[in-house]
Write a protein that binds this ligand. Structure first.
Ligand SMILES: *[C@@H]1O[C@H](CO)[C@@H](O)[C@H](O)[C@H]1NC(C)=O
Ligand SMILES: *[C@@H]1O[C@H](CO)[C@@H](O)[C@H](O)[C@H]1NC(C)=O
Ligand SMILES: *[C@@H]1O[C@H](CO)[C@@H](O)[C@H](O)[C@H]1NC(C)=O
Ligand SMILES: [Zn+2]
Length: 416
């Protein structure tokens, strides 16, 4: 069946399944395909890719879904659920057991593991293979990209369809639902941050923009760049007309394509009571430094920076380096990994002292920098810059810059 026929038939098919007119869905699909060709709004379309991909895939899903990708639960009022958090072990780790669809191939499994690794690196959530646990995720290639909201009890499905949903940001989006997070625009305070353009939302889609008055916002700011945010044109019934417009500056980008944001991470850590010192650096270039640098860092700290550029190979350049020297650098040290987790290959092993290390180059667009200090002796610490090689992805010709200064308990979002 060619694409046009497919587009024409999909709404009828869904109408038949769902029992209500679904004309608008075709336009969302069309919008998606339009967004694929170069146009003046290309950067906008790129930024909404995660959620639009989810919707595009879910057009064909027979699963009844709310807000595009959430499995509804009648027994529970969304958001104020006390028992839908995954339990924390006495060591502070929240272990979320899962089983994987046996039909996944190696590349699918790797994609899912990579998406999970970022949670493990940046938060206290660990996704672990299920042994005998009662509550667990069944991650499988069902029809679409969707999840329940929070822990349901027993085995619960997270659908990550082969092909359509195998994107890091999509997998993280669905896993984040399973951890208990709703779409960002559903927050009780959303009207202060975005204007919902009801005039471009057909009645059938209005429930997708429901506001949860009792949402648990965790005392953390609204996040335009959350992996949980819809794109500007999500569910529009008029091509080119946005359904969600940021206030007061309508040109602020919303939604994104890369994965968890710093505020997504902060929210997970707050909901699950974990103290983690972690920062995502997702601009094309930027810098990082130890807390207080050039004044002395503190004892007993453990911080990571995940450098995640859109493309290119990351190279890290140390500008200043002054760490307490211990034998084998077992006390204070900086360590650099070729990937997003501490089980990735090591690019620079534990390093201390006052000699500035050589530049470090990753094999991809992911690099993890770890800084650990022990209970005795401090020094001025370090400062480093990173760039991501030659990038095909120019952001309007401008390079984005981000700067981080640990520890960033406020977890500011990067510049958008
Ligand atoms: C879009 O939605 C609005 C509001 O529900 C409705 O008045 C309008 O007729 C719809 N437009 C189209 C083209 O369906
Ligand atoms: C986090 O701590 C609060 C207060 O101590 C508690 O009510 C809540 O249940 C904890 N959350 C988790 C996920 O353990
Ligand atoms: C700061 O670090 C230097 C080494 O760089 C050390 O000699 C000094 O004692 C430290 N100062 C404090 C107050 O810990
Ligand atoms: Zn969702």
């Amino acid at each position: 069946m060619d694409l046009k026929m497919f587009l024409v038939f999909t709404p009828f098919l869904l109408h038949a399944i769902l029992g209500f007119p679904i004309q608008v869905r075709a336009e969302v699909i069309l919008l998606y395909f339009c967004a694929e060709s170069p146009s003046p709004t290309e950067t906008d379309s790129e930024d909404e890719v995660i959620f639009n991909r989810i919707l595009k895939v879910n057009k064909d899903s027979s699963q009844y879904l709310q807000e595009g990708d959430i499995v509804p639960q009648r027994s529970r009022s969304a958001i104020s659920c006390r028992h839908c958090n995954w339990p924390q072990s006495s060591d502070g780790i929240v272990r979320v057991p899962y089983v994987l669809d046996p039909t996944y191939e190696e590349s699918h499994i790797k994609g899912i593991h990579d998406a999970m690794a970022e949670f493990e690196t940046l938060t206290c959530i660990n996704f672990v293979k299920r042994k005998t646990e009662r509550d667990y995720l069944i991650i499988k290639s069902a029809d679409g990209c969707w999840s329940n909201y929070g822990k349901v009890g027993g085995g619960q499905t997270v659908s990550v369809m082969k092909g359509g949903c195998m994107w890091k940001g999509i997998i993280q989006h669905e896993l984040d639902h399973a951890l208990g997070f709703l779409h960002e625009h559903s927050r009780s305070d959303r009207d202060k941050h975005v204007k919902i353009m009801w005039e471009y939302i057909s009645p059938a889609d209005r429930p997708d923009f429901k506001k949860f008055e009792n949402s648990n916002n965790l005392g953390l700011p609204y996040d335009y760049s959350s992996v949980m945010h819809y794109g500007p044109y999500t569910f529009t019934n008029t091509t080119g007309r946005a359904t969600i417009v940021p206030i007061p500056d309508g040109s602020v980008h919303i939604g994104q394509r890369q994965g968890l944001s710093n505020l997504d991470v902060a929210k997970i850590n707050k909901l699950y009571n974990c103290s983690r010192c972690s920062t995502i650096l997702d601009a094309a270039s930027g810098s990082l430094r130890s807390a207080n640098h050039p004044r002395n860092y503190s004892d007993n700290t453990n911080c990571v920076w995940l450098i995640r550029t859109q493309s290119g190979k990351i190279s890290l350049h140390f500008q200043a380096f002054e760490l307490q020297r211990t034998r084998g650098c077992q006390g204070d040290y900086v360590k650099v990994y070729d990937g997003s987790s501490k089980s990735s290959a090591v690019l620079m092993d534990k390093t201390c002292g006052s000699k500035i290390p050589n530049d470090v180059v990753a094999s991809s667009n992911l690099m993890l920098v770890e800084f650990v200090t022990d209970g005795a002796g401090t020094a001025a610490g370090f400062q480093a810059t990173f760039t991501s090689g030659r990038s095909e992805n120019k952001e309007n010709g401008k390079e984005k810059q981000s700067v981080s200064n640990q520890p960033s308990s406020s977890q500011r979002k990067n510049i958008v």
